[in-house]
Design a protein around this ligand. Structure first.
Ligand SMILES: Cc1cc2nc3c(=O)[nH]c(=O)nc-3n(C[C@H](O)[C@H](O)[C@H](O)COP(=O)(O)O)c2cc1C
Length: 268
């Protein structure tokens, strides 16, 4: 059996509920798969908050003024078969550590790359916010290129009833089943409508922004995503109806961007 590398990006600042939920997931995976489970604790990493210079977007990530551990984690993600985004809910959002990490990889929204990796979204909340945070992480992971294959949110406010403990366990077990199936599947799932629309919307934008955003233009060109007839980032079957809708989105976006560039050529 092939070993699957699972990288946990841990957004909790302590070994608490989120860590325990990850360990529960690990236990289920280890029964069905050969897994190498690695934690990357954001709290221990040297990752500076984004300074907002925008250099990564327009010129390239190598122009980022912060030289710290962000490249290490990016390489680890590229090297993994799957990434678990694990975070407690803080103020109805991800933890600060997780948000800084996402901000620092924001250029990946423009230049997606994690097409060979599955993502699992794991959140824990005292009471409220799991759904909202998972929705946010789902958008992030999908636009970065991941196939999202499992989401679980546990409720942790003390005192925990026996029923809640049971429910938390079931939520993780159910999502783990989907994750295991995805890790065993040799081919990637076909993209959904939103994924196809995002592809064509971005394609329309970056094909027009050679001057404004040369790093994005170069990346899209090198990947062949600007070539005529390209249907998606990777070679997977695309629902023909989604393709037609995506093309329409691309056409409308391109027309608008062309107009904006004429009206306001100096503004990026
Ligand atoms: C700063 C802070 C903010 C929090 N915000 C929320 C919240 O918005 N909603 C909620 O239900 N729980 C909230 N909680 C509770 C945590 O989400 C919950 O206890 C979680 O399981 C903690 O995970 P951990 O043990 O890995 O730190 C908050 C806790 C902290 C410390």
């Amino acid at each position: 059996m092939e070993i699957k590398k699972v990288l946990v990006i841990m957004g909790s600042p302590r070994k608490g509920n989120t860590f325990r939920a990850c360990e529960e997931l690990r236990g289920i995976l280890e029964v069905k798969l050969k897994v190498e489970f690695e934690y990357f604790w954001l709290k221990d990493a040297d990752i500076a908050p984004c300074k907002g210079c925008l250099a990564c977007f327009s010129l390239g990530e190598d122009r980022c003024p912060s030289h710290d551990d962000i490249r290490i984690i990016e390489r680890k993600m590229e090297d993994a078969d799957a990434v678990v985004f694990a975070t407690p809910v803080y103020g109805m959002n991800v933890s600060g550590q997780m948000k800084i990490f996402i901000d620092r990889l924001s250029y990946v929204f423009h230049r997606p790359r994690f097409f060979s990796q599955k993502a699992f979204l794991l959140t824990t909340a005292g009471i409220l916010g799991n759904d909202e945070v998972q929705k946010y992480l789902d958008t992030v992971a999908r636009i970065w290129g991941f196939e999202v294959a499992g989401k679980a949110g546990t409720v942790t406010a003390e005192p925990l009833s026996r029923r809640q403990v049971e429910q938390n366990r079931n939520v993780i077990a159910r999502a783990a089943g989907e994750f295991i199936a995805a890790l065993q599947r040799p081919v990637r799932r076909s993209p959904g409508l939103m994924d196809v629309m995002v592809f064509h919307g971005q394609r329309a934008a970056f094909s027009q922004l050679r001057e404004v955003s040369p790093a994005d233009f170069r990346y899209w060109k090198e990947k062949g995503w600007l070539d005529r007839g390209t249907k998606y980032f990777v070679d997977v079957p695309v629902n023909p109806v989604y393709h037609v809708i995506g093309k329409a989105v691309g056409w409308i976006s391109a027309r608008q961007i062309k107009k904006d560039l004429v009206d306001n050529p100096g503004v990026s």
